[in-house]
Write a protein that binds this ligand. Structure first.
Ligand SMILES: NC(=O)c1ccc[n+]([C@@H]2O[C@H](COP(=O)([O-])OP(=O)(O)OC[C@H]3O[C@@H](n4cnc5c(N)ncnc54)[C@H](OP(=O)(O)O)[C@@H]3O)[C@@H](O)[C@H]2O)c1
Length: 288
């Protein structure tokens, strides 16, 4: 099967591509397909004529999106609409990745796939608009997987930033009043392969199991990093509030996702985020 992966060079792309053994993979990065040139997208996809399209690309700079609203919508909405139109025209399934930031964060129980979307920042609004474009142009044969707090041993992410800071400073203050679930991009890549093999339609949620604050996640990174010699002893990590760490974009205070539809659809295993973190840090330690 010929699978076109758009956004192949991103964090998730680098975790997914090695798992697509046995497929004829066309890995498109910015140099092959610049999504800001939206009119190029449909002809590019039709020319490749894939049997499956996986879109991992996105404008992901959450804070910068507040001052680059138009560019965020170009990549996360208009480009996605064109990808969906091309898939509709050639009758090709589409798997797209979205975010917990489509939710407002004012709930205290996990968000179901059909919970109301009320994004509070420019990035979340642009991703929600992309979801709506898929619903409009490719309502059948499309899968949207919403995920959250992605990290891995590659790319730019919270875990790698923390390891760097823990090697530079002896004191860190980390936000403790935003609650979600750290999610290994490798775990999401495994779920994407399951959907590729087993099919599906509509919206699904995927994060690792469990719940944490960014503070909890940072402490776990430190504890597990210390065991593996990735950080020095003696770093103190203190919980702080969102108000003490202002950022241009507002973020949902609570964005735990209800994964039950995904567990049922692809028999996905429930692995706790801390166990996945250990695996990612093992990988990092092995390669360092
Ligand atoms: N990271 C998270 O915490 C998180 C949380 C929830 C959901 N998600 C979603 O998960 C998906 C994967 O995220 P990720 O962490 O892998 O993000 P990432 O590392 O930022 O990757 C995004 C990819 O999109 C590409 N891209 C951006 N603008 C482009 C353009 N104009 N033309 C072509 N390609 C362009 C980037 O290319 P360049 O490398 O050339 O810039 C990059 O390869 C995204 O849909 C994201 O919204 C991520």
């Amino acid at each position: 099967m010929k699978v076109l992966v758009i956004g192949a060079q991103g964090q998730l792309g680098q975790c997914l591509i090695p798992r697509l053994d046995g497929y004829e993979v066309v890995a498109a990065s910015r140099s092959e397909l610049d999504l800001s040139k939206v009119t190029n997208i449909v002809p590019y996809i039709k020319d490749i004529s894939p049997q499956y399209v996986i879109n991992l690309s996105a404008y992901t700079a959450v804070d910068k999106a507040e001052s680059e609203v138009e560019l965020a919508h170009t990549i996360n909405e208009h480009a996605v609409a064109s990808i969906a139109q091309a898939c509709r025209d050639i009758d090709c399934p589409l798997l797209h990745v979205s975010t917990d930031f489509v939710f407002g964060g004012d709930k205290s129980e996990p968000y179901a796939v059909d919970a109301a979307c009320q994004p509070i920042g420019a990035y979340g609004k642009s991703k929600w608009a992309g979801e709506q474009a898929i619903a409009r142009y490719k309502p059948q044969g499309s899968i949207i997987i919403r995920t959250a707090w992605l990290y891995s041993d590659v790319g730019a992410n919270f875990m790698l930033s923390m390891l760097r800071l823990m090697n530079q400073r002896d004191k860190l203050g980390i936000v403790s009043d935003q609650i979600g679930t750290p999610t290994s991009a490798h775990s999401l890549a495994r779920i994407i392969v399951r959907f590729l093999q087993q099919g599906g339609n509509g919206i699904y949620h995927w994060t690792d199991a469990g719940v944490a604050s960014w503070y909890d996640f940072a402490v776990a990174i430190y504890e597990e990093g210390l065991v593996r010699g990735l950080v020095p002893p003696g770093v103190s990590i203190a919980p702080i509030t969102t108000a003490e760490y202002p950022t241009p974009a507002s973020r949902p205070a609570f964005s735990v996702l209800d994964k039950s539809r995904t567990y049922d659809a692809v028999q996905a295993p429930k692995i706790h985020w801390r166990e996945e973190l250990r695996q990612v840090l093992d990988r990092l330690a092995d390669n360092s």
